[in-house]
Design a protein. Structure first.
Length: 481
């Protein structure tokens, strides 16, 4: 009990919220769930990259075709647009597994971040749905008679979809970043304050943006090389080799930019733990990326008849790089949460002991044929987080409460069910009506007994203030909270 109160006092002073975890076993081995999280997230993010990168390129080539009247650009934009909805569907389906995995492993952290970003997080669903519907509208009205006459209107559809899609990674990155820093949760006041709790969200967004275009560039090298992709007779100014070279250049440029943005992401990561292991993994990934860059440069300068020969080695090398990046990020997540996870394990142990004690008391009462409630045990479980006997935690000490409600346990019950706020130095007390009158009465009687006050007097009936509508006890002394 003493250790618990000291721990709670420390937490109140540090202002770092430490809830207890859900005391349930994981549905599978933790290592397996982590493996699913890393592997399936990388698959998910691959298709997200293709969806976003494809939308950007579609908007670019269609816009250029409107400005220059280029039929080649219009054909290319349409071919890319046809792939976007497929990538979208795969991204959604492949996102289920990592979302479930992160919910299972980091339940308290992930849901806390979701709650702190509020309406913006909830708005993620309609935002994504609207963007997806616009992409379908854009794709399936491409050759409609009306849109052929109003190409700028048609182009505005994909531009609006792109604007909405660019909002989605900001929301996800803000939440994923926020969950790693429980010590910052008290400072969050809405989405934008969460976005700027440190300087890491925008660099990570740029890293993701570059990756989307680099991945889509490589994908298009493969796509235009398919026998089913007709070039001859459709494109007037580009051959198949020209198209491959164009997309190789795109992949090279944005992969090269990652060598600038990547270190920026690394430099903006808050550091309060050992990062050697993560740095080793990231360095391995960088080495593979450098080799891939050399092969990309050779491909760009290759002759038309052999261009594409190094495509598979490039994809393999960059896949290793991506795997290293994903693994390194998970290592950082695990390390940065260790101090808070240790504290949460202590809180969970306290909670489990309190729960088990309550269950044992209930069992003993039932065995004895009685149903008496243990006020001290109920107080420890329900109220001890904020109240102590003679110390100020997050609320007034019990001795103050007892003075206000001497001989009046029902007054404490009434206040607990509909609390007001009399002391501005304390946060508002949450209503405790869900605990139930019987348990609240047992707690109130324990408080008065433990502080040396009599509990034999009849409870006073509450009165209602006409000015505020708050229920208050019918005593001359004002409530302390």
């Amino acid at each position: 009990m003493t250790t618990s109160l000291l721990n709670l006092l420390y937490l109140a002073q540090s202002q770092t919220p430490v809830p207890h975890d859900i005391p349930l076993p994981l549905p599978a081995d933790r290592g397996l769930i982590v493996g699913v999280l890393i592997a399936m997230f990388l698959v998910h993010i691959l298709f997200v990259n293709l969806m976003l990168g494809g939308t950007i390129l579609t908007a670019f080539f269609q816009g250029r075709s409107i400005l220059k009247g280029s039929n080649d650009d219009d054909i290319l934009a349409y071919e890319i647009a046809k792939t976007i909805t497929v990538s979208k569907s795969m991204a959604v389906v492949m996102g289920v597994a990592p979302l479930l995995a992160i919910n299972v492993i980091y339940t308290v952290y992930f849901y806390s971040a979701n709650a702190l970003t509020g309406y913006v997080w909830i708005g993620l669903v309609p935002t994504a749905m609207t963007a997806f519907l616009l992409l379908y509208l854009h794709k399936y009205t491409w050759h409609s008679e009306f849109m052929l006459k109003h190409r700028k209107l048609h182009h505005s559809i994909v531009m609006l979809a792109l604007a909405l899609l660019l909002c989605v990674p900001f929301i996800f990155l803000t939440n994923i970043n926020l969950m790693l820093f429980p010590d910052k949760w008290e400072q969050v006041n809405g989405f934008f304050s969460a976005m700027f709790i440190n300087h890491n969200v925008i660099p990570r967004f740029l890293h993701f943006f570059n990756a989307s275009l680099a991945v889509t560039g490589l994908f298009m090298v493969w796509y235009v090389g398919l026998p089913s992709f007709k070039v001859e007779g459709r494109f007037t100014d580009s051959s198949r080799a020209d198209l491959k070279r164009r997309f190789y250049k795109l992949a090279t440029i944005f992969t090269l930019m990652q060598f600038v943005i990547g270190p920026l992401v690394w430099l903006t990561l808050p550091r309060n733990m050992e990062m050697v292991g993560m740095n080793v993994v990231l360095t391995i990934g960088i080495i593979f990326a450098v080799i891939a860059m050399i092969l990309l440069a050779k491909e760009i300068n290759a002759k038309d008849e052999v261009i594409g020969a190094s495509f598979k080695p490039i994809v393999l090398l960059l896949s290793v790089t991506v795997l290293c990046m994903g693994t390194g990020r998970h290592m950082y997540r695990e390390q940065i949460l260790i101090p808070h996870t240790d504290d949460m394990e202590d809180e969970t142990a306290i909670y489990v002991k309190s729960r088990d004690a309550a269950l044992e008391l209930q069992r003993l009462n039932e065995a004895a044929g009685g149903s008496a409630l243990n006020g001290e045990l109920l107080f420890t479980k329900t109220c001890a987080t904020c109240h102590a006997m003679d110390k100020v935690l997050a609320a007034p000490p019990l001795i103050d409460v007892a003075k206000t409600y001497k001989d009046n346990p029902q007054g404490i019950v009434t206040w607990a069910k509909a609390p007001g706020r009399k002391r501005k130095e304390f946060a508002p007390m949450p209503a405790m009506g869900h605990v139930g009158d019987e348990k609240l009465t047992a707690i109130a009687e324990y408080i008065l007994k433990a502080t040396g006050n009599s509990t034999e007097a009849q409870p006073a009936e509450p009165t209602t203030s006409k000015a505020t509508g708050d229920a208050t006890p019918s005593t001359s002394t004002q409530p302390v909270e």
